[in-house]
Design a protein around this ligand. Sequence first.
Ligand code: ADP
Length: 278
Amino acid sequence: AGTLVAGVRVAPLGSLHVLLLVEDRTAARRLEEVRRDFVANVSHELKTPVSAIALLAETMDDAAEDPAAVRRFAQRMTRESQRLAALVQEIVQLSRLQDADARHRPVPVDVDEAVLEAVDRTRLVAEGRGVRIVTQLSGEGEGDGARGGTPAEVWGDRELVVTAVRNLVDNGVHYSDAGTRVAVVVSVVDERVEVVVRDQGIGIPEAEAGRVFERFYRLDPARSRSTGGTGLGLSIVKHVAANHGGDVALWSRPGEGSTFTLRLPLRRADADEQVAAS
Ligand code: ADP
């Protein structure tokens, strides 16, 4: 005899095992639901730009006599294609993050340097929107000297750390008005490296604070889409944090801006051998 749980036959050995089986089955069902939701969301999200492109192509065909109109349609088609490409890239990235441990082959990652690169990649968009990005790297802050210059390093995947910070900075820029600033501060607190991204933007109501980390959840889908948002950015940040053994916290109030704090375990040079061996 035995019970079939997620394709594995387990002999009922005692009450503890029975309890575990029940939990297992609930978890398996929940996982299946999450997967089904994700597929439904993905197809919906992909359909939007695809239909837009199809419609634009059709209308462009009708407007063939009007070069100015054709150019306008072509520009919109380019924008929609870029959205589609960004969406596909983020979906692939997210499913990779969910499937595997991103620290498969961990390397020491200098968080100051990752932050500089993330900010660099966002700089142009920020300038275009009139938002100023200011950075304070570890060791540049008051009182940091007392730390004895512990480098702000973590074990992990450099590209993923850059992506996570970039998503946070990107959001800070996109959900803020011109003339405001986004501050990015790196510090070592206890045994963790913290990256704080603080904006002076529209903010997030408290009731929505947990939901914004869900895939495809947006407070204002139109605003998100108009800035090229995919609704996956924060979900990716959450997974990158988890894969590195860290977390991400949010403080916000509507009209007062938002502060996201990404916390990753500090790389201890003396523990390197253990990590490398595991
Ligand atoms: P998107 O691509 O829509 O920005 P995200 O997953 O990055 O997707 O964010 C989800 C939603 O959370 C956004 O659509 C927006 O409503 C809200 N949000 C994220 N960051 C901020 C921020 N810094 N300020 C205000 N709202 C934000």
